[in-house]
Structures are given as C-alpha cells and as structure tokens.
Design a protein around this ligand. Structure first.
Ligand SMILES: [Zn+2]
Ligand SMILES: [Zn+2]
Length: 356
C-alpha cells in the first residue's frame, strides 16, 4: 500500500499511466518539518525529462506522476529550525530534494552525484512516500535543497534550475569558461541555447553545430553565436578540425562522435549532457593522438546551483521561454515532441492552476 500524507492538501496535474496525459489531481504534502520550507509554486518549466518520465521511457515511472523540476515560488511557511529562508522569500527547487548527506559526494557539495539522491518527482522520499514535482500549487522541501531566487531575476526563468545548471556546471568544471577559448555547442534546444548564452558571458567564442542549416540565423542573429557548422557537411567540418577547446554536446539521440572529436584541439574536451538510450561508438585512436577527453555531467550540486542563479541574475542570463497556462500542458508536450518551442515552455502555475 502506498503511503500518503493526511495533513496538507495539495493540488496539481498528474499522469495516471504510460499514455502520459496530464489531468487535475488532488493529493497531499507532508506537514512542514523543522528544516522544511513550504512554498507556493509560481512558475514551473517543462523539461524534456518530464516527457521521458511521463511515458515511462526509462522504465522507472511511478503513477500517478506530478512532474516538474524547474520550480520557482514564494515561501509560505518555514520549519522551526530553518536558517536560510523566511516567509515571503522567492525560492527555487531543481532536480533533487534529498541526498544522504554523509557520502563523499555530499561532503563535497556534489549532492547531484550522491547514490542515494532523491529526485524532485518520481522518487521515493525517506518517509516512503512518492515525490511530486512542481506542476502543483505547493511544495514542501528541506531547505538544503532550496535556493534563493535573486530579486532581479524574473521568476519565469525557472528553467535555469535544470537546463541552466546542466550547462553551467560542466563549463566551469571542465575549465571551458575562460575568455578567449573557443567552445562548440551541439544541438540548439533547451540546453543548447543556454550553453550559447552562458558561454558568451564567460567571454568565449561560440560555434553552434547542428544537423540543419535552418538554425543558423537564429543561432547567430538572435543568440549571439559567432559561427555555425552544419554537422552533415564534411567540408565544413573538415575546415574547422582542431579548432575547439571544448564541446558541449546536448544531443540525446544516437549520433556519431568522431566528427566532434575531430573538431577538438589537442587536450580538447567533449562534455556529453544528453542521454541517448543506447551506447554510442567511441573511436579511441583520435583521443590518444590528441590527449582528448570525452566526459559526462549531470545537473549540479546545491552550492553550485545557488552560484549559477546568482551569476545569471548578475549578468541577465535568462532562458527564452514561452509561458503557457496549466491547461495547455498536454498541447505543450505534443509540441515539445516535435521540438516546436523556443526554447522552453514554462507553466504559469501561479495564475492558471485552478482547482475548478
Ligand atoms: Zn530537467
Ligand atoms: Zn550522499
């Protein structure tokens, strides 16, 4: 028997099965514990992960499922031992809401790599209940997994909490944030457009690499990329061989790595952020000959997530979003499936989540 909370009524939209269609859902949240923050959700981004989870594409979905891990809101209640927040504060919650707090990862502000981390939704919390995400009216979260939302950062910039940190963390960790470097960005979706924005503010030169020439104007005119490569054009790719210090690869379908590895300078780094379902072919010889690195990265720890939103606020880095009402969510997912969004949907929970 699934455990439920009896005390705090909550309301959101949930999928009931692998069809992934969302509809209104009454449920409950835990009573605000001594280290918990309760907040009213104002905006929640729609991440591509939500689509995979709703349809059980990773075979680990728990129904009913209330998705949402790019959540921004306003604090309505705090526990007696909460130190960082007060009622009325703007806050954000990203991909995780708990971790073990005692492993090497947790000790080093890398809660995102803790083996016992608990995801914001579709997870099982320490009390045995299912976690529900931000497509809902309220959330209750331990303050350690909540960030301060800067006053001058628009609340609709909620996708920073997943798309933003997923980009920021590898750019920093792999040292690809140094002015004068030349960075490649593969794929121009929710993650890719954030990569261009952060990389430009870091002072690096940015080349967008895409299968389709149709994105060139958008990449250069609108997002401010310096150049554009069509990955299917061997001449263009050969002409740019050995020119990049690093590549941020956001593609989540099977794709060849060799053309990307060839673009790297000696000691260049290819950071993989997408999650193709099947293994990719890794040509080792070109790695050896250039001491090149192929690596992965996954969101970021809580300290770094706070640093990222503060940095975004300071430099006015915000995702391009299309704000939509709650009852548009199923249409939004249909459009997301066709990549028909620039570049992220954000649900206007605060104004449009109506119980009736
Ligand atoms: Zn996400
Ligand atoms: Zn841990």
């Amino acid at each position: 028997m699934e455990k439920t909370h009896e005390n705090v009524k909550a309301f959101g939209w949930a999928a009931r099965d692998t069809f992934g269609v969302l509809s209104p859902f009454n449920f409950s949240r835990r009573v605000t514990g001594e280290k918990d923050v309760q907040f009213k959700v104002v905006y929640c981004g729609i991440c591509h992960t939500d689509l995979h989870q709703l349809k059980n594409e990773w075979s680990n979905s728990i129904y009913p499922m209330v998705p949402g891990h790019e959540v921004v809101g306003v604090v309505t209640e705090i526990g007696t031992k909460v130190e960082k927040f007060k009622i009325g504060d703007k806050v954000g919650v990203g991909g995780l809401v708990e971790s073990c707090r005692k492993c090497e990862n947790c000790d080093n502000d890398l809660e995102n790599y803790c083996r016992d981390q608990i995801m914001t939704y579709n997870g099982v919390y320490t009390d045995g209940t299912t976690t529900y995400g931000g497509y809902s009216d309220i959330m209750v979260t331990n303050e350690h997994y909540v960030v301060h939302w800067p006053e001058n950062l628009p609340m609709e910039a909620a996708p920073l909490l997943c798309a933003g940190i997923t980009i920021y963390s590898p750019l920093k960790y792999f040292g690809l944030d140094k002015p004068g470097m030349h960075i490649g960005v593969v794929g121009l979706g929710g993650l890719g457009h954030m990569a261009v924005k952060f990389a430009k503010v870091f002072g690096t030169k940015v080349t967008v690499i895409s299968t389709s020439l149709s994105k060139k104007d958008e990449a250069i005119e609108h997002l401010g990329a310096d150049s554009f490569l069509v990955s299917r054009d061997p001449d263009q790719m050969q002409g740019a061989a050995g020119s990049l210090d690093g590549i941020i690869d956001t593609v989540s379908v099977i794709h060849p790595l060799l053309p990307l590895i060839n673009l790297l300078k000696t000691r260049g780094k290819l950071a993989m952020l997408g999650a193709p379902e099947k293994p990719l072919e890794l040509p080792v010889f070109p790695l050896l000959l250039g001491r090149k690195l192929v690596a992965g990265s996954f969101i970021g720890g809580m300290k770094e997530t706070q640093e990222m939103v503060d940095f975004a606020a300071k430099h006015s880095i915000t995702p391009d979003v299309e704000v939509v009402p709650m009852d548009y969510v199923n249409t939004a997912f249909e459009r997301l499936l066709k990549s028909n969004v620039k570049y992220r949907f954000v649900l206007d929970i605060g104004n449009t989540l109506n119980k009736n």
